[in-house]
Design a protein around this ligand. Structure first.
Ligand SMILES: Cc1cc2nc3c(=O)[nH]c(=O)nc-3n(C[C@H](O)[C@H](O)[C@H](O)COP(=O)(O)OP(=O)(O)OC[C@H]3O[C@@H](n4cnc5c(N)ncnc54)[C@H](O)[C@@H]3O)c2cc1C
Length: 303
């Protein structure tokens, strides 16, 4: 119930406008968001790299309202790739298609994504297209497959809470796509998504096994110790080397587990979001763990 309310509020533009200008809220969002500028994200990326972790940098933004907004987001992503190369960071980039105009036109969005993927390819780098709510799943997969036909520098994300994911995985693998597997962060109806956590987790393990057995380098994105243990066990059974896949986690979440995986010799990539449009991202992080809400409420009253 609380999760559904937080996810519903995450879509409110009015609340976003109020929250993102409140100083106390901006300070609290820093637990999950590296900062509002690219320099903040670069600094966070460098310190992750120094701790042995790769990163994926996400310039926050969703549902661009005009083509000019989408083009500005594209330009921001081109700059991120240039800075990564200039600063010699171990980093790739994550983006969202609605930030790049998917609500406005599929073809327009595809052209922007192509230009970012070409920049990534020029640096032998990689663009990950995040997966948004289910209204966008089919179009995201179609667009990524189309761009993947011209460059290997693009991949996407699969959510284990969706029933359709068991068909989307082999479809994307047939295109040689690198996939990030996650549980899924949006509010989805029971007609299309597993309502129970046990089933989401069971499907996660099934999909993880398909991915690891595929011989392609994928990202296993989770903070769940049981999903991580299942991945480690399966990789050991199949003699899959530690550098043939990577774990992925979000900036500011389970840093203890992050350090443990590095100590144990696994590859780990930290997803680093930055930018002024952090409200929906922040609300999804609260929804994942409503205990965070009590933590933030306490801090709000203290500040
Ligand atoms: C690198 C990365 C990229 C992602 N990209 C996408 C995407 O493109 N599309 C999408 O829909 N979702 C994405 N997600 C979010 C994902 O779908 C889940 O919502 C999120 O990761 C929580 O699921 P979990 O696997 O950690 O398991 P859970 O069972 O939700 O959590 C396991 C444990 O992790 C810790 N934890 C999890 N979330 C939080 C939190 N917010 N605050 C504090 N502790 C927490 C808690 O200790 C919890 O008990 C991404 C996640 C990661 C790690």
């Amino acid at each position: 119930m609380l999760r559904a309310t937080l996810l519903h509020l995450s879509e409110s533009k009015r609340l976003s406008g109020w929250v993102t200008t409140a100083g106390a809220m901006r300070r609290m969002a820093r637990r999950f968001v590296a900062g509002e500028s690219l320099d903040d994200a670069i600094a966070a990326a460098r310190s992750c790299n120094e701790a042995g972790m790769a990163v994926s940098m996400d310039y926050l933004g969703e549902n661009a309202a005009t083509t000019a907004d989408a083009q500005r987001a594209r330009d921001a992503y081109l700059e991120v790739f240039d800075r990564i190369a200039g600063e010699k960071l171990s980093a790739n980039v994550s983006c969202k298609l609605t930030q790049l105009g998917l609500d406005l036109s599929f073809e327009f969005c595809e052209r922007l994504v192509e230009s970012i993927a070409e920049r990534a390819a020029g640096y032998e780098n990689f663009l990950r297209v995040d997966m948004e709510g289910s209204a966008y799943t089919q179009r995201t997969i179609e667009l990524v497959k189309r761009v993947r036909m011209s460059t290997p520098a693009i991949g996407t994300v699969i959510q284990s809470y969706l029933f359709r994911s068991e068909y989307d995985v082999p479809d994307l693998l047939a295109y040689g796509c690198r996939i990030r597997l996650c549980k899924g962060a949006y509010k989805e109806p029971p007609e299309i998504a597993f309502p129970s956590k046990a089933n989401v987790d069971r499907n996660y393990i099934k999909l993880m096994q398909t991915l690891l057995a595929s011989g392609i380098h994928h990202g296993i994105a989770t903070h769940d110790p049981r999903m991580i243990a299942a991945t480690i066990r399966f990789a050991a059974e199949l003699h899959i080397a530690k550098d043939q896949f990577e774990f992925q986690m979000l900036y500011g979440i389970r840093t203890d587990l992050q350090r443990q995986l590095i100590r144990d010799g696994y590859r780990l990539r930290i997803y680093i979001p930055f930018g002024k449009d952090w409200f929906p991202y922040f609300m999804r992080r609260l929804a994942e763990r409503p205990a965070n809400l009590a933590f933030f409420a306490r801090n709000l009253f203290r500040s």
